[in-house]
Design a protein around this ligand. Structure first.
Ligand code: CP
Ligand code: NVA
Length: 308
């Protein structure tokens, strides 16, 4: 069976824990090494990874490129608009052709149905590099970051502030799998997908919604936010105004637990969803989080190839 990684649940809680552990071990094993040097064991030697981008990317593109090289393989990045996909070749035919030429595919697209279609017709693993619905690869790195900063996942209290978006959906999915709790500080009208919340609750996570930002962060171990306007969404003054009370600033962070961490998947819109004081402050772990994309994406790759 071909292993696809479209959602965190495709792997499940045990595999997710294994990915975090593997990412931390591999990171520790190459401290100080040049980024282009392959890991000693090269577990994906000679494998080719194609990366297809329908939307902009810095971290996902660079981290998967570095990840497959460090595992001993090769990367090929393409903008969807310059492929025949961009002028009407079907997703199914693209999947069939890429499956004959490469060993795995990462795709960043808009509609989640497109990645499901690609996976349905691909005979090699397909990895979700972000859709409008979810961003599972990001959350593997986020979990690694939280754990390496000394916080256990079971029972963790995570506060999310701002928009109910794709990154949040994957955090909520992770909460169900890893048994942590999420407090949502989201203005009315911008709530996240109830299906993810229901799924997490059915797995034992506590997910609560607060219309007051201070109530959402009170005593939280981790505070997370993301852009108020995701790629492909329309910018609106009304949305920004609704989000403003949910900005993560120094006063809001002060209400979290002592030693609470601040995470942001980046790119940040400084002065909107978070202030410079928080992004650059002592509780921020955003640069570790960004670096961990490489280590975590290596574990995702190893998982789809059946090595974890
Ligand atoms: N966090 C994240 O996915 O960043 P990019 O959009 O730069 O890939
Ligand atoms: N929610 C953001 C995440 C970017 C990495 C977006 O979809 O644009």
């Amino acid at each position: 069976m071909t292993r696809h990684f479209l959602e965190l649940s495709d792997a499940g809680g045990d595999a997710l824990a294994a990915m975090v552990g593997d990412a931390m071990e591999r990171k520790a094993a190459r401290i100080g090494w040049p980024k282009g040097r392959a890991d000693a064991d090269q577990p994906l030697k000679d494998r080719v990874l194609a990366m297809v981008f329908e939307k902009n990317s810095t971290r996902t593109r660079v981290s998967f490129d570095a990840a497959i090289r460090q595992l001993g393989g090769h990367a090929l990045a393409m903008e969807a608009g310059t492929m025949q996909l961009g002028r009407g070749e079907s997703i199914a035919d693209t999947a069939r052709v890429l499956s004959r030429m490469v060993d795995a595919i990462v795709i960043r697209t808009s509609d989640h149905a497109k990645i499901e279609e690609l996976a349905a017709h691909a005979s090699v693993p397909v990895i979700n590099g972000l859709t409008d619905r979810s961003h599972p690869c990001q959350i593997v790195a986020d979990l690694q970051t939280v754990v390496e900063h000394g916080k256990a996942l079971p029972g963790l209290e995570l506060a999310w502030l701002g928009d109910g978006n794709n990154v949040l959906n994957s955090i909520i999915e992770a909460a169900g799998l890893m048994k942590f709790n999420v407090r949502l500080g989201i203005p009315e009208g911008f709530d996240s997908d109830p299906a993810y919340i229901e799924q997490a609750r059915s797995r034992g996570a506590t997910i609560t919604t607060h219309r007051d930002a201070h109530a959402a962060v009170a005593g939280a171990d981790v505070v997370v936010t993301d852009t108020w306007v995701s790629m492909g969404q329309g910018d609106s003054a009304a949305k920004i105004a609704a989000m403003m009370p949910y900005q993560v600033n120094e006063a809001l962070m002060a209400g979290a637990a002592p030693g609470a961490l601040f995470l942001h998947c980046l790119p940040a819109h400084r002065g909107e969803e978070a202030t410079d004081g928080v992004l650059d402050g002592a509780q921020s772990v955003i640069w570790d989080e960004a670096e961990n994309r490489i280590h975590a994406q290596k574990s995702v790759l190893r998982w789809v190839f059946g090595q974890l």
